[in-house]
Design a protein around this ligand. Structure first.
Ligand code: UD1
Length: 415
């Protein structure tokens, strides 16, 4: 299994070109199942998760061709609306195929994802939403089977603005009879792009980017092209690393998607400058402690919680990070403590002692963003760090060690 080796302490300086957003491309790939024809997606990040979704599209009968960062998906011959456990267990976002397959075939069978490193992560909102649209949903040997001759629009209210449930219901409802209203819908930029993509295919979605989305069902959708928005989490990861270790510019980003992070970085004493779509962060003389509470968009993203905790270990004094989206997403803490950090977790709150003297150590990746925090920790620590189970990082970051090396980090991959 691959390992990432870091010799910490080098300052970072330079520019990084961002890839397309993982969390935007995956639902858009699933949405391509709604049409009988070829979808062309550009700025596709070549990630392990993208490849898992390609495998899934092929298993259901689609054809996919990835060349560089361009992807063509031909859904003409899709004929087997089944997503097997072996794939769904490796990537929860596989569950996104349930809505479009049900809409297109009147029936779909998708493995229940099960738990993950951040706790149970249920899919009850997805299933209740589909039932509200008239689907009969049953659990059979670990698989969700959903059936409906034709889905019917309805009013659906989520208790929490779930990204995945909003995406799944959107894709199910675009061709339903009548109008669907999703109240307390997710407003994440990736969901906005899914809505815009569906509209380009002929869907009639309004209220995009608000908590109330209306979907007027249509009979036909046609294939179209789309370019994926920049990955705000990749951008945030490099910007946090820059605020820890020097000066980093992320190119071709979307500053509007990162407002709260940029405010927080400024509060640490870092200097931020924005030029068009490029964002530059320069570390201040010291790192001031800044508390963070994760929230749904436009709040501080839970996907940048682990990286912030890594940064705060070097702050001038103590800080507190609270995750209100996931209450059990702190597997990186025990690993960061192996570097000599002093972080304690009580329920969904991490208390971080500042001014840690970090020393490199062997550590283990536990999920995508936890791995990114270990890279930042390793870069800040003195001496050698060896990160194992790096397949987690490959799920969500394209060429991460090349990008950090180009900034001056001493980081390599051992195969
Ligand atoms: C997506 C992102 C993930 C991000 C998360 C929150 C993708 C592929 N993944 O995950 O990177 O961290 O949004 O921004 O886009 N919940 C339920 N029942 C449900 C669905 C969700 O209780 O049916 C709860 C979850 O346990 C969690 C909260 O709602 O506490 C938010 O989850 P959700 O927004 O659905 O996250 P994902 O779509 O899984």
């Amino acid at each position: 299994m691959d390992k990432i080796i870091i010799n910490g302490g080098n300052p970072l300086k330079g520019k990084v070109t961002l890839g397309g957003a993982k969390n935007a491309v995956l639902p858009i790939m699933a949405a391509s199942l709604l049409v009988d024809g070829t979808t062309h997606i550009s700025r596709v990040p070549d990630l392990r998760d993208t490849r898992t979704m390609i495998k899934l599209l092929e298993l259901v009968g689609g054809k996919a061709h990835l060349e560089g960062n361009d992807l063509w998906i031909d859904s003409k011959h899709v004929n087997k609306p089944v997503a097997p456990y072996d794939l769904v267990k490796t990537m929860r976002a596989s569950f996104y195929v349930l809505g479009p397959l049900l809409a297109r075939f009147g029936e779909a069978k998708v493995s229940l994802p099960g738990g993950c490193a951040w706790g149970p992560r249920p899919v009850d909102y997805h299933l209740q939403g589909l039932e509200m649209l008239g689907a009969k949903v049953t659990l059979e040997s670990g698989y969700i089977r959903a059936k409906a001759k034709r889905l019917k629009g309805n009013h659906i209210r989520f208790d929490f603005p779930s990204v995945g449930a909003t995406g799944n219901i959107l894709m199910a409802a675009v061709t339903a009879d009548g109008t669907t209203e999703i109240e307390n819908a997710a407003r994440e930029p990736e969901i906005m792009q899914l809505c815009q993509f569906l509209n380009s295919m002929g869907a009639k979605i309004s209220g995009i980017g608000t908590h109330k989305i209306f979907i007027k069902g249509v009979n036909d959708l046609s294939p179209c092209d789309v370019s994926i928005i920049p990955d705000r989490i990749e951008a945030g990861t490099f910007l946090i690393a820059g605020a820890a270790l020097g000066e980093v510019t992320v190119l071709e980003g979307e500053p509007d998607h990162l407002k709260v992070l940029l405010e927080k970085l400024e509060q640490t004493g870092a200097n931020i400058s924005i030029s068009g779509k490029d964002i530059c962060v320069r570390k201040g003389d010291v790192i001031l402690p800044v508390d963070v509470e994760t929230e749904v968009f436009p709040g501080y993203p839970t996907d940048l919680q682990a990286q912030w905790i890594a940064l705060m270990t070097k702050a001038e004094s103590d800080s507190v990070v609270t995750d209100t989206v996931y209450h059990d997403r702190f597997s990186h803490v025990a690993e960061l403590n192996r570097f000599g950090a002093d972080i304690r977790v009580l329920k969904n709150v991490a208390s971080i002692k500042g001014k840690a003297d970090l020393v490199g150590a062997p550590v283990m990746s536990t999920d995508i963003r936890a791995s990114a925090s270990l890279i930042i920790g390793g870069l800040m620590a003195k001496g050698k760090t060896e990160i194992s189970r790096v397949y987690h990082i490959d799920r969500g970051y394209e060429n991460i060690e090349e990008k950090f090396s180009s900034l001056g980090a001493d980081i390599t991959r051992l195969n």
